[in-house]
Design a protein around this ligand. Structure first.
Ligand code: AMP
Ligand code: MG
Length: 517
């Protein structure tokens, strides 16, 4: 079915001990560990696009063997399961060894086009890195990871992908809000897929242990396998690689800001060196525009991972990553140059967002002020980010009015209070548009390709979860299908493009989530 080329385990030092006994693993970057079999694996959903990339046929997907393999009960020839060893800064503090506690890579597939795709099960049972946890995942969080990975891909946001969602037929006990009310929930396993799952934390761990040799091996491997396009050698090559990671991270976060995605747990162990969105946990989507919002109840106090702080947290994480690479450099200047690449790339990407979201040919300095002003209005008057930007393309700028945008407001009193300020902003915007070379049609097309109509609102995912837990999985398939064309109108599916209903404002899963999943 697949051609495997398991470079990570072939080329990098592994742990001599096999199996899931909990331990500190020194001088090794991975440990051999088998998925733990489950009672009754059953394929709940798969991504058609990802299956195609992996050259899987309908027959492959529907064969009983598929659920056995992607539920962790069987291996295909060539699979070599392992968990990787990494550390990380969690909520601003060094946390020591973490590692793949419930993720087990099955192998690296190389398809006919020469693309490398690592297949990784999430929730496949304990590993040496599971610490006090069980290595499992619940259905609700697996549905969320599965759907969001694919939704982000279709939105054009760099992300890890999801191939399959398999129900295990077993229960997993979770205390959803850490409030002393554990209960059994259905378990599931997602097979996630990416060219590489290497994280900042994979480099931080050998650095923290003063293991410069292991660090160097991992850096050289990562450049060779995952960044073959980079030229040069020695320190200059590593510097160019670090700068590239900085640039990709900037581009990724700028996309998050464009579509209103809040990662929720931007710990350094959840930052991919490929600049992919990784580890979908208590993530969320902005409904009413609020830079201070975080979906993560575990982070409710300091709200470190709030929407508006994502760029500066990404930078903070890159500084930790840079620190981990210092043993490979004679001075810090090349690393500082890399961090500057982040700042420059983020500024450029943010300006590009502004131009695209407002339908302008390019972003001028005064347009930066224009968008800052608009964000302030959206925040102050409780306006839905997605609905507002989508509808903005249809505002008649010769006679601007707030009426076509009324559905984007959550509070009628705030809408009325905000009307003069919005009309003032429209006047400024209209003047700017008159001074722009794009035609009306070009402007509209540009806006509609940057401002999605359909995003995976928290309450939509939760509705699909509630239905699935009650035995009806069709909501997952329906939502997956809607999220396939987020920039298209999709007549008849408007129900998926509405603002958050009032009942969802404070409901668990719709407005707040914990890390316990
Ligand atoms: P996260 O907050 O999901 O990024 O996880 C942080 C660390 O905890 C990682 O090392 C995970 O592998 C580990 N972890 C999270 N949930 C579980 C679980 N249910 N079983 C084992 N390890 C887990
Ligand atoms: Mg993680």
């Amino acid at each position: 079915m697949f051609d495997f080329d398991n470079a990570f385990v072939r080329e990098l030092p592994g742990d001599p001990e096999v199996g899931s006994r909990l331990r500190q693993v020194e001088s090794a970057l991975w440990s051999s560990v088998m998925p733990t079999p489950v009672a009754a694996p059953r394929l709940v959903a798969y991504s058609r696009e990802m299956a195609e990339r992996l050259e899987l046929t309908e027959a492959d997907l529907n064969a009983p063997e598929f659920a056995q393999v992607f539920g962790g009960n069987a291996l295909l020839p060539g699979m070599q399961p392992f968990a990787t060893n990494y550390g990380g800064h969690q909520f601003g503090h060094w946390a020591g060894q973490l590692g793949d506690g419930r993720a087990i890579t099955l192998g690296e597939v190389v398809n006919a086009a020469g693309e490398r795709w690592e297949l990784q099960l999430k929730g496949a049972g304990p590993t040496p890195y599971s610490r006090s946890a069980d290595g499992r995942a619940v259905l609700r969080s697996s549905i969320r990871e599965f759907l969001c990975s694919e939704a982000m891909h279709h939105l054009g946001v760099p992300t890890t992908r999801a191939l399959s969602l398999v129900a295990t037929g077993e229960e997993v006990v979770r205390d959803m809000f850490y409030d002393g009310h554990p209960k059994p929930e259905p378990g599931a396993i997602v097979c996630r897929v990416a060219p590489s799952f290497i994280r900042f934390g994979n480099f931080e761990l050998p650095y923290s242990r003063n293991d410069a040799q292991l660090l160097r091996q991992l850096v050289e491997f990562t450049i060779r396998r995952d960044f073959p396009e980079l030229q040069g050698e020695g320190e200059a090559l590593i510097a160019e690689w670090f700068a590239t990671v900085c640039e990709r991270t900037a581009v990724m976060v700028a996309h998050w800001m464009r579509v209103g995605f809040v990662h929720g747990v931007m710990n350094t162990d959840n930052m991919s060196v490929l600049g992919l969105t990784i580890d979908y946990g208590p993530y969320g989507w902005i409904d009413n525009y609020d830079p201070d919002w975080t979906p993560n109840t575990t982070d409710a106090q300091g709200r470190r991972y709030r929407f508006g702080w994502q760029p500066k947290i990404a930078h903070w994480n890159l500084v930790r990553f840079a620190q981990a690479l210092t043993p490979l450099f004679g001075s810090v200047e090349p690393l500082e140059a890399g961090l500057q690449r982040f700042a420059d790339a983020y500024t450029a990407a943010e300006r590009d967002n502004t131009a695209r979201k407002l339908g302008l040919a390019e972003c001028r300095d005064e347009d930066v002020e224009l968008i800052v002003l608009l964000h302030g209005l959206l925040h102050a008057h409780e306006v839905d980010m997605t609905l507002f930007f989508r509808a903005l393309a249809d505002v008649d700028l010769t006679a601007p009015a707030l009426a076509p945008l009324a559905t984007a407001f959550y509070d009628e009193a705030k809408r009325q209070a905000g009307e003069p300020a919005f009309l003032g902003w429209f006047a400024q915007y209209a003047a700017r548009v008159r001074d722009d070379p794009l035609s009306a049609d070009e402007r509209r097309a540009r806006m509609l390709s940057a401002n999605p109509k359909y995003v995976l609102r928290n309450y939509l995912a939760q509705q699909a979860i509630d239905r699935a837990e009650a035995g009806d999985e069709s909501g997952i398939h329906e939502l997956l299908d809607v999220m396939r064309q987020p920039y298209d109108e999709q007549p008849g599916r408007e129900i998926f493009a509405q603002k958050r209903p009032d009942w969802a404002r404070v409901k668990a899963g719709c407005s707040m989530l914990s890390c316990s999943s």
